[in-house]
Design a protein around this ligand. Structure first.
Ligand SMILES: Nc1nc2c(c(=O)[nH]1)N[C@H]1C(S)=C(S)[C@@H](COP(=O)(O)OP(=O)(O)OC[C@H]3O[C@@H](n4cnc5c(=O)[nH]c(N)nc54)[C@H](O)[C@@H]3O)O[C@H]1N2
Ligand SMILES: Nc1nc2c(c(=O)[nH]1)N[C@H]1C(S)=C(S)[C@@H](COP(=O)(O)OP(=O)(O)OC[C@H]3O[C@@H](n4cnc5c(=O)[nH]c(N)nc54)[C@H](O)[C@@H]3O)O[C@H]1N2
Ligand code: SF4
Ligand SMILES: [Mo]
Length: 749
């Protein structure tokens, strides 16, 4: 019964409300946040449980996998000891069982049999054949072109083993789209300001906060579990939410103030808020005096950014701008201007996030109760191994002088550097891709395909026949997280924690765990530093013992919360050191100045849509993760396609009806592969349209997800690079509507 109710709730949030005016009726139909999370007790028939942590997204909630008397996996529930989940899972985590049972999964290693990449002709081979092939090719590239020509793209737990293998070859080009396409600008901006990044889970003390400001962060649809729970608690305690979003998101429906901002103008709002907080002396004076550097420069800098100016620029009511600022000031220091997570929007993202960091600093929220706590993380001991060879060139050398403050290898940068230059030189010749569907994940698909076309070798390890596997030379089927060991989860939180994942069942088909695949390739390449253990449980037990526990204990408890020595917050009057050049919170960034960038954020205007075009914005749905869950039978059952949100005025101009199937075409003539249904709603501004990312799969082998809905990735052909760290701004793409099925040639252009 409970399941049906929850599902109903979720459906309402995703598909209901079409055509309704912005009214109290509308407020009622978005779900209560706590109803989105599952807490189902085990039944007596479920006899055995094994610990895991979830891999459906990267919040990594710890849970228990329950099996019945026949040894069949029944369900996954949250582990009560885990601070990431507090014993509850989101719909995706609960639905994770579907990965195990999905018969569309990759079953055997596959080798491409034609010369043409992307022509889906493969033959099944044995693991020995596949691994020998990969080892031989990688050795050839390493010996003839240099190990630095090999790059790894990875997202997910088994990435650790692949990364170890790559370093053993002598390359450090390990890129994750969760940096350059996600949170990179946020990390760079917060490091420049506080000397410390935000990382994951974000150390936002939401449950103790009095005011939470969400700028585009659509918590509730963005289902990062602990964060949703804390926000729900905060609302129950009477805290204030302020949401800035061109769309009436679930979070907006829980907000005291919703600011329906004109997209791409957020920095104007942030600078005006800074102006108000400084000019009306609402900032935390003691905190700023004690800890901050550059206050006078900042004060002078923001004088021109008046609320009147910002109101025009953002199309927001000036009173709303001011009221929101006063609300934040009233709550200070128990206030959070949320740093967001997917922040690669318009190319000046590091600077926008600097404005967010500065505003938090002025309100004294960094290191304070109800603001940002100081996170703690267990120190991980590295299993002894032979030293890695010294790389002759790193990704920084290969990418050149661009993007000086990039903290990690850039997936998009590696992709660009792979495309041969005028002289035929290539920065990279081989890619290993583990758990990232680059076709849907990287912006500018033509570019990705051009790079892939040029490669000597593309190895893909995945659990599904996702789009990227179609271009591989070799496909290595990994088993799902429910069927494998991984290294223990050691992430930051209020207290250091460690969580165990162990197999709940034998791998289905002929799939294998990532640790084994990477180790076997290393062994075949005679890489001495590549693993000196026989079985991964040796390594896990060794690491756990270093942390004061053991495999035996962790199998019983799943999660262990360790002690911390230091304090959760900065103590009153404490002499706190910030890891910046000045040792202080840098309102004026000496690091950005030294690198030739604006030391304080400067507002720049962004392109707005031409007549008849609308800005494409995209986001998450509570029951799906990126492009990885659409074929999962349980999650597909909850939502099997996306739709395009269109404002009623716009629908009228274009004569569109609710539920009508249309195609989207962007400024460069890119057209979605499949039709998508119209959802007419007041919940989106007139200058934008919205779709949920991850749909519109073109891989026919994903039998449930194929041809369902539209892919935003097809339409993101224009990329605004962040000059500071190379993040890929993806929201300067504009679309119009086609009501007739486009010609095939046109669709492919
Ligand atoms: N269910 C679910 N949850 C997830 C994920 C998932 O795949 N599924 N993925 C996780 C990951 S890795 C990430 S990075 C996060 C991403 O989630 P967030 O970091 O919260 O979100 P964004 O994708 O940056 O922003 C989406 C929101 O921004 C709004 N928006 C669009 N343009 C603008 C603008 O110009 N200004 C403002 N103020 N708002 C704008 C959109 O309307 C939408 O509501 O979600 C995490 N949580
Ligand atoms: N257009 C567009 N692009 C985006 C975003 C967007 O909103 N819109 N969001 C950006 C953000 S915030 C992020 S973090 C990235 C995320 O980008 P990715 O991590 O690339 O996300 P997915 O598209 O889900 O691709 C994951 C792939 O891993 C496979 N997989 C799942 N589980 C496993 C496993 O256990 N082992 C292995 N080996 N493979 C597995 C899946 O089948 C799938 O092919 O995308 C970014 N790119
Ligand atoms: S938030 Fe949901 S999908 Fe993500 S790890 Fe937790 S339960 Fe899994
Ligand atoms: Mo992300």
């Amino acid at each position: 019964m409970k399941k049906i109710t929850r599902r109903k709730f979720i459906k309402i949030s995703a598909a209901g409300t079409a055509g309704l005016a912005m009214s109290s009726v509308l407020l009622d139909v978005t779900p209560k946040l706590s109803d989105l999370l599952d807490k189902t007790p085990a039944k007596e028939s479920e006899v055995e449980r094994t610990p895991t942590y979830c891999e459906v997204c990267f919040w990594k909630c710890a849970g228990w996998v329950y099996k019945n008397k026949k040894g069949q996996i029944q369900k996954i529930v949250g582990n009560d000891l885990d601070p990431n989940s507090n014993g509850r899972l989101c719909p995706r985590g609960t639905g994770g069982v579907g990965f195990y049972y999905d018969n569309d999964r990759l079953k055997k290693p596959l080798l491409r049999v034609t010369d043409k990449k992307g022509e889906q002709k493969f033959k099944e081979v044995t693991w020995d054949e596949a691994l020998d092939y990969v080892a031989e090719k990688l050795t050839y590239i390493k010996d003839n072109y240099g190990p630095e020509k090999i790059a790894l793209f990875t997202h997910g737990s088994s990435g650790k083993f692949w990364s170890h293998m790559l370093k053993s070859i002598g390359s450090v080009s390990v890129a994750a789209p969760s940096y350059a396409q996600c949170r990179g600008p946020r990390e760079v901006a917060f490091i420049a300001t506080f000397g410390s990044g935000v990382s994951s889970p974000e150390p936002t003390d939401i449950e103790n906060s009095k005011c939470l400001v969400l700028i585009g962060s659509h918590i509730g649809e963005n289902m990062h579990n602990g964060q949703v729970q804390e926000m729900s608690k905060m609302i129950e305690n009477g805290g204030t939410i302020i949401t800035v979003d061109p769309r009436f998101s679930t979070a907006a429906s829980k907000s005291k103030y919703w600011l329906p901002i004109k997209p791409a103008t957020d920095m104007a709002l942030l600078l005006a808020w800074i102006h108000i907080i400084i000019n009306e002396e609402l900032y935390d004076k003691d905190y700023i005096e004690r800890y901050a550097y550059g206050f006078e420069q900042l004060k002078a800098h923001v004088q021109k950014y008046t609320p009147e100016w910002a109101a025009k620029e953002t199309e927001l009511d000036i009173n709303l701008i001011k009221k929101a600022a006063y609300e934040m000031a009233k709550a200070s220091p128990a206030v959070i201007i949320h740093p967001g997570r997917h922040v690669t929007w318009y190319g000046d993202d590091t600077q926008r996030l600097r404005s967010v960091a500065i505003l938090n600093a002025l309100l004294g929220s960094w290191g304070r109760r109800g603001g940002f706590y100081i996170p703690a993380k267990a120190k991980v001991a590295q299993f002894p191994h032979k030293e890695f060879p010294q790389p002759k060139k790193t990704w920084k050398d290969i990418l050149g002088q661009k993007y000086k403050l990039a903290g990690l290898a850039l997936s998009s940068g590696i992709c660009d550097a792979t495309i041969p230059d005028d002289t035929g030189q290539m920065g990279y010749r081989a890619w290993i891709v583990n758990g990232t569907n680059l076709i849907q994940t990287l912006p500018n698909m033509d570019n990705t395909l051009k790079a892939i076309e040029a490669l000597d070798l593309l190895v893909v390890s995945d659990i599904y026949p996702s789009e990227i596997t179609g271009y591989a030379d070799v496909i290595l089927p990994e088993c799902s997280y429910l069927e494998r060991w991984d290294m223990p989860r050691i992430t930051q939180h209020r207290y250091p924690t460690v969580a165990l994942r162990m197999p709940a069942a034998e791998p289905r088909f002929d799939s294998k765990p990532g640790w084994w695949i990477a180790k076997e390739i290393g062994r075949r390449m005679n890489l001495e530093s590549c693993y000196n253990f026989d079985d991964i449980t040796e390594l896990i037990d060794w690491q756990l013992k270093k942390l004061g526990t053991s495999l035996e204990e962790m199998k019983k408890i799943g999660v262990k919360v360790l002690e911390r020595q230091d304090s959760l917050y900065i103590q009153p009057g404490e002499d706190f050191f910030f890891n910046t050049n000045t040792g202080k919170i840098e309102l004026y960034s000496t690091e950005l100045a030294a690198e030739g960038f604006d030391p304080m954020p400067v507002y720049t205007k962004h392109k707005q849509p031409d007549s008849g075009f609308y800005r494409l914005i995209y986001g998450r749905a509570p029951m799906h993760t990126f492009s990885r869950t659409q074929n999962n039978p349980n999650l597909n059952d909850l939502m099997d396609e996306n739709n395009v949100w269109i404002n009623p005025k716009v629908a009228k101009i274009h004569g569109l009806k609710n539920g009508q199937e249309i195609w989207l075409k962007n400024q460069d003539g890119k057209i979605t592969d499949f039709p998508v249904k119209v959802r007419i709603t007041e919940r989106i501004r007139h200058d934008s349209v919205y779709i949920v990312h991850g749909f519109g799969h073109t891989s026919k082998k994903l039998t449930r997800a194929y041809a369902k809905g539209a892919s935003d990735s097809v339409l993101i052909s224009n990329v605004k690079y962040d000059p500071i760290m190379g993040g890929t701004g993806m929201r300067e793409n504009f679309v119009t509507f086609l009501t007739e099925k486009p010609q095939k040639e046109e669709a492919k252009s």
